[in-house]
Design a protein around this ligand. Structure first.
Ligand SMILES: NC(=O)c1ccc[n+]([C@@H]2O[C@H](COP(=O)([O-])OP(=O)(O)OC[C@H]3O[C@@H](n4cnc5c(N)ncnc54)[C@H](O)[C@@H]3O)[C@@H](O)[C@H]2O)c1
Length: 310
């Protein structure tokens, strides 16, 4: 029997790729999202695939509505991605806390009441749990002094998960992506490299607002990892995403190799991100087994091709 997988934040970048992974598995995705912008779904899914997605408009801060969708749609797996990203939390910290912190508590409460049917919660934490003072490579057990309020909220999600496992036996896997890139990545502090790929696909230049080295996580691989994590039912795993470490010059070189017409037109600032350049990884694959790991050059080329195809 196929699984019915709820994806909160299904209209977002990672959400669209999680929906794609669910469909590729032959399972049934149900999206739960506040928004109505379906441009990422149109970029990622074929028209037939979009037909197979049930979309429920709803707010993650509304615990009753969330519980209703779990029951009405007979949900058997949960991938929780709905969140406000760094700039939005900075602009409106109270709303950020409601969505990112209270919303995640709602997911754990709702799943905890339905453990007979749903094995646990896969949820998005972030490399933003680290701060600029953390060492690089940053130990996977670290991430206790975030440099942004968004990171503080993500750290609260990890604490929530730990206590729901200890006190209410709700298993979870929290994945900490770093810079997600790929089709659909068009908002947030680290969207610059993907926006540069989109510009390059049109033969245009782009100025990326940060530099330094970071880890780059290909959105289809990230979506796949979350879907795998939703079937895991043991403890409270928190893991960095095993992406590719690269300095920005290497990212730009990969863009120029895939779109030579944009050569010399992609620039970047010197300022590094307020996170360690490199993160220790291993916990995710120890919990879930081997995961797809697309090399940077291949991910950048595929992204530019997707943008060219429209
Ligand atoms: N993109 C990255 O580089 C990155 C890195 C680390 C962690 N993350 C985390 O991964 C998750 C997915 O990221 P993304 O890039 O797909 O984000 P995104 O901004 O593209 O999508 C987030 C989605 O959540 C929805 N949403 C916002 N508030 C909501 C609410 N109150 N109720 C229901 N839906 C709501 C939005 O409408 C949007 O479709 C997020 O939790 C994000 O914090 C992302």
């Amino acid at each position: 029997m196929s699984e019915r997988v709820l994806v909160t934040g299904a209209l977002g970048c990672v959400g669209a790729w999680a929906v794609k992974a669910i469909l590729d598995d032959g399972d049934e995705p149900v999206g739960y999202d506040l928004g109505d912008a379906d441009h990422r779904l149109r970029l990622v899914l074929s028209p037939e695939e979009r037909e197979s997605l049930t979309l429920v408009r709803g707010d993650i801060t509304d615990a009753d509505a969330l519980g209703r969708v779990l029951d009405d749609e007979r949900i058997t797996r949960v991938v929780h991605l709905a969140a406000l990203q760094v700039p939005f939390c900075r602009e409106n910290p109270a709303l950020g806390a409601r969505v990112n912190v209270v919303g995640t508590v709602n997911v754990f409460e709702a799943v905890g009441a339905r453990l007979d049917r749903i094995p646990g919660v896969a949820y998005a934490s972030s490399a933003a749990v680290y701060g600029p003072a953390d060492p690089s490579p940053a130990p996977e057990s670290g991430g206790l002094a975030p440099g942004t309020i968004y990171g503080v909220y993500k750290l609260a999600n990890e604490g929530t998960a730990r206590l729901y496992a200890a006190e209410s036996a709700v298993p979870s896997v929290g994945i900490r992506p770093y810079v997600v890139y790929g089709p659909g990545r068009d908002q947030g502090m680290t969207a610059g490299p993907t926006l540069a790929m989109e510009a390059a696909a049109r033969g245009e230049g782009f100025a990326i607002a940060y530099g330094g080295a970071a880890q780059y996580d290909y959105a289809p691989d990230v979506g796949r990892a979350f879907v795998r994590a939703a079937a895991h039912a043991d403890g409270a795993v928190v893991a960095n995403f095993p992406g590719v470490r690269a300095p920005m010059a290497e990212v730009v070189a990969a863009i120029e190799a895939a779109a030579p017409e944009a050569a010399g037109q992609i620039s970047f600032a010197d300022t590094p991100l307020p996170f360690p350049a490199e993160l220790e990884t291993g916990a995710l694959e120890r919990a879930l087994g081997p995961l797809p790991a697309t090399p940077l050059a291949d991910g950048v080329r595929a992204t530019i091709e997707r943008f060219r195809a429209g």
